[in-house]
Design a protein around this ligand. Structure first.
Ligand code: GEK
Length: 243
């Protein structure tokens, strides 16, 4: 089992919907278990978000958690930067409804607000910390540059963007080697070959990875002057970009 919530058995034999993957109610209920068992280094990425938020948060500014799902990164920001105001955005109504229940106290004390919004339409401003933890991969390729430009504009000097993504490699053999190891990682976390294959099919065309250099180029093109690779776990990366 993962951090909280129900165990993910969505792709178990005999339980296949055959539909493209979506962040619906069914996924929301098992989401923490799903991401924890599928993404190597996920928990570490949350710890890093906590440390970096503590280090880089500037007083009286906003922190954004873009594609917040159940708010794990928001909670990490708040535990690092205790006086911050977090704006957490996701276009899945099921996810945001669950967040509103879980974060009631912090919503009442105005430390956090949740918005059901497509991030391409969100207005971002006065930011010192922006987190996008495994979200760009779900956007259309032609939207990604625009989002980065918008984030860069919203940040104050010294502000940071923390980006985590699944990537692929230039070299097909390397991609395959790492892919096989990632398969073993998921098997060791209790997923059967059938579940792994079905989830992969359902993510086809929904999760579109890029290469490390594509992410770095996008960040520097949008104006970020410093790029640091913070985590590298198989085909998953976390970067810090500083304005
Ligand atoms: C975490 N950050 O636990 N607008 C808003 N939200 C979107 C959009 C969009 N256009 N596209 C996708 N999402 C979290 C984990 S999960 C990662 C993030 C994963 C949302 C989508 O609804 C989902 O909740 C989230 O991005 C991606 O740190 O499942 O691999």
């Amino acid at each position: 089992m993962g951090l909280m919530g129900k165990q993910d058995n969505i792709f178990e034999d005999g339980n296949l919907s055959g539909l493209p993957f979506s962040f619906n109610q069914e996924v929301t209920e098992v989401f923490e278990d799903m991401i924890d068992r599928s993404v190597p280094g996920y928990r570490t990425s949350l710890n890093i978000i906590r440390y970096l938020s503590q280090q880089h948060y500037q007083k009286n500014t906003n922190c954004y958690d873009i594609g917040c799902s159940l708010g794990a990164s928001s909670a990490a920001i708040l535990s690092g930067a205790k006086s911050s105001h977090v704006i957490a955005i996701d276009n899945s109504e099921a996810m945001i409804n669950e967040c509103k229940k879980r974060f009631k106290t912090q919503i009442d004390s105005k430390h956090i607000e949740f918005k059901t919004e497509d991030i391409m339409h969100s207005n971002l401003e006065n930011a010192s910390v922006v987190v996008i933890n495994y979200v760009i991969q779900f956007l259309d390729l032609d939207q990604r540059d625009n989002l980065f430009n918008k984030i860069f504009k919203s940040l104050l000097p010294g502000g940071i963007l923390i980006l985590s993504e699944k990537i692929h490699f230039d070299n097909r053999f390397e991609t395959n080697r790492v892919f096989k190891t990632h398969h073993r990682f998921k098997s060791a976390n209790g997923y059967s070959d059938m579940e792994i294959a079905s989830k992969r099919d359902s993510l086809d065309g929904v999760l579109i990875t890029e290469r490390e250099k594509d992410h770095i180029k996008r960040a520097t093109n949008s104006g970020f002057s410093r790029v640091e690779k913070i985590l590298s776990n198989l085909n998953f990366r976390t970067y810090k970009f500083i304005k």
